[in-house]
Design a protein around this ligand. Structure first.
Ligand SMILES: [Zn+2]
Length: 175
């Protein structure tokens, strides 16, 4: 690598570092859910998002890995692992939406989550969570646990402002 290329690489690394420092810490489950809700709650088709995180669970990149129809997703099953490796991600969170409003994970969802777990493990990336986002709530695919939106608002420890809340992300509404 010549000097110019080294400087370029350094600059890019610095920009990347800055960007990551400005990003939320995704060890907080509530934040991951809120971010995914914001991006997926009003989608009319199924979409799969991958959140690629560094060693400290800070966000490196969010990528849309697949866009599907009303009932299902088709995607290159090796793509998430390739993207994780490209980003140097140590952790990942996957979220897809159910446009029908019901977040209950399907058998296919659980199967896909298992596949993603083993494929990402092969590139040194641990999947923290697989989520289904729907207008009625958020489901954790591994545990089958479903959190309704109303409950999500109460569980957010960072929110102390009284008053109206956004029905989608639970954030305080100010006018
Ligand atoms: Zn699903």
């Amino acid at each position: 690598m010549n000097e110019a290329a080294t400087i370029q690489a350094g600059l890019q690394a610095a920009i990347r570092q800055l960007r990551r420092d400005g990003m939320p810490d995704y060890t907080d489950t509530g934040r991951v859910i809120a971010a995914a809700m914001l991006q997926l709650h009003d989608s009319e088709v199924e979409r799969l998002l991958g959140y690629f995180l560094d060693r400290d669970c800070r966000l490196i990149e969010v990528e849309e890995l697949s866009v599907g129809g009303l009932h299902g997703l088709v995607y290159d099953k090796y793509l998430p692992a390739r993207r994780a490796a490209l980003h140097g991600a140590c952790h990942a969170v996957f979220a897809h939406c159910h446009p029908n409003g019901d977040p209950t994970p399907s058998p296919e969802d659980r199967e896909a989550a298992d596949t993603l777990d083993s494929q990402l493990a092969a590139v040194g990336c641990m999947v923290l969570r697989h989520m289904v986002i729907a207008s009625n709530g958020v489901a954790d695919i591994r545990t089958g646990h479903i959190v309704r939106l109303e409950d999500l608002v109460d569980h957010d420890p960072t929110e102390t402002t009284p008053g109206p809340r956004c029905p989608h992300c639970g954030g305080a509404l100010t006018s």
